[in-house]
Structures are given as C-alpha cells and as structure tokens.
Design a protein around this ligand. Structure first.
Ligand code: SF4
Length: 291
C-alpha cells in the first residue's frame, strides 16, 4: 500500500523515528516500519498511519437487535461495517477471522469506501442507522469519526459496538457523534481481562461510566463462558456497578460457543437463565442472547 493512500492517525506522539500511540490503553511504542498491537496502525518514518481508513472488510444490513440493541429504535435495519484488527486478543473471540487477521491481509485489505460513499449507500437504501461493529471500532477511530460526523449532518443515527478499551481523550471526542453504544463487559475480574483478553477491566468500566454520565443510550453485553467468567459473586458485583449508574441500563447475557483458542463449552441454557435471575435483582432490563 503506498503512503499516499494512507490516512494519518490521531492521538500519537513522535520521538525521532519512534511513535507512541495514545488511542487506547495499550499505548504502544512503535518503531519505524512496525504496527501496534492492533496490527492496523503503522509507524512510517515517525508518523503514525491508519492502515484501515476507508477499508471495510465486512458490510451488511442487519436488524438493530443483532448488535444487540433492544431499547433503541427496535425493528430498524442498520448498515453495519467493520475492518480488520483489534486491540484485544480474547481467546474466545467470536469474530477472530477479521479481528486477528495477519498483516499480509491487512495491508492488502478491501476496496476503498470513503465516508461520503457510505452515506450515499445509506441514502440510496433509505437506511437511517449505521453501526461500527464486527471488529473493534476503536482501532479505526479516524474512519469512524469522519463517518459519524457526516451522519450527524444527514440525520443518520450511529451505533458503536465496542470492548470499551479506549483512552479518555479520544472517547470524549467521539461521544457527541455516537447516538448509542453497546459495550462488552467481559468479566468483573481484572485477571480474566489480563490473561484471557490481554486488556484492562478498569478501562472498560471507565468507558461505560463516562458514556452513562453523558446520558447517551448504552446497552451492555456480558458473554457468559462456563468455567471462565461464571463466578456468581463477581457477576453480582458487575450488576451492582451497572445499577449504580442507572438501574434501567439494558444488560444482555449472551451464550458463548467454542471459537478460536479457548478450550470451552457452549454455555448451558440453565446457566444463562440463572445469571438472568441474578441480574434481575439489580437491573430492570435483562435479556439472554444467542439462544
Ligand atoms: S490503538 Fe493499536 S497501536 Fe494504538 S495503542 Fe491501541 S493497540 Fe496500540
């Protein structure tokens, strides 16, 4: 990919030929010619570039309930896009084929689709909603923000489906342009985040709190994995945390299927239902998913 086709990234510091990316809590220090952990932000001669700007590799029209969002314009269709790459590496990733793609795929990925062209697709198909989803949208921040700004002018509502692993400054820049969020809260145990996902629980907690404080629509997804994040005491703490923000926050407890690297079993329905019962003691809107 030639440099003239690349989009300069936001949120980085340069020190000679090294750059430090400040978009997410990984804060990768990247030497010339390399990418950060997400694989899609590359240092070229001391400047950080996005390799996935205007390069979606997944684009579909889905029911909005599939995001999942159950309390935000139910019954609507939503144009949904994603690129390659992710800033986590969850061993149970349900979309690992695009989130964990290797660099040779990323550098030659997809046909170009500019923000303006995406808006045209929405208009042509009478679509009033657009979602950033499938992989982690944080890592295509610049593309997402440019699209979301155009959507505001065109009265198209935007949705971000995210793991919440983003630094506070970029999050605050993004929030005014996103109408609804679904944030994955994968566990209430930092060791799970660290050892199974390569992430930080505290960051996702702060992201959820910030979005709620800004009074944006937010729903939370908890993917229940038997023997890994099914500690009822921790899950009760998770529910109490959400209740402390707003007891009306929607919680989706999703069934997990064996994918990618984790030696796991499909979540039993009885386990899902018992977690739903627990959650309903604290929250008004609780659903089971993938059943
Ligand atoms: S967005 Fe990517 S390059 Fe930037 S800090 Fe996070 S993982 Fe590293």
């Amino acid at each position: 990919m030639s440099i003239k086709h690349l989009h300069k990234a936001s949120f980085f510091l340069s020190d000679k030929d090294k750059v430090k990316c400040l978009l997410c809590p990984k804060e990768c220090l990247i030497v010339n010619g390399n990418t950060g952990v997400c694989g899609v932000r590359k240092n070229i001669d001391g400047i950080l570039y996005s390799l996935v700007y205007a390069k979606p590799v997944a684009i579909h029209v889905d029911p909005i309930e599939k995001k999942p969002l159950f309390h935000f314009y139910p019954g609507s269709d939503i144009l949904s896009i994603g690129t390659y790459g992710c800033n986590l590496s969850c061993q149970f990733c349900q979309n690992f084929d695009i989130s964990q793609a290797d660099s040779s795929k990323i550098e030659t990925s997809g046909n170009e689709l500019t923000p303006e062209e995406l808006i045209k697709i929405c208009k042509k198909n009478n679509l009033e909603f657009l979602a950033f989803t499938y992989n982690e949208p944080v890592i295509f921040f610049e593309y997402m923000l440019d699209i979301a700004k155009l959507c505001k002018n065109e009265k198209i509502k935007t949705v971000m489906v995210s793991n919440g692993q983003i630094n506070p400054k970029p999050l605050l820049e993004l929030i005014p342009y996103i109408d609804a969020f679904n944030i994955d809260l994968k566990s209430f145990n930092d060791s799970f985040y660290k050892n199974i996902c390569n992430g930080k629980l505290e960051t996702t907690i702060n992201t959820i709190r910030t979005i709620a404080e800004h009074k944006k629509h937010i729903e939370v997804t908890f993917l229940l994995i038997k023997d890994y994040n099914d500690n009822l005491k921790e899950f009760t703490e998770l529910c109490k945390f959400l209740k402390s923000l707003n007891p009306e926050i929607v919680l989706h407890i999703s069934r997990a299927f064996p994918r990618y690297k984790l030696d796991m079993k499909t979540t039993p329905i009885e386990l899902l239902n018992s977690f739903k019962e627990t959650a309903l003691r604290y929250l008004k809107n609780v659903y089971t998913g993938n059943v």
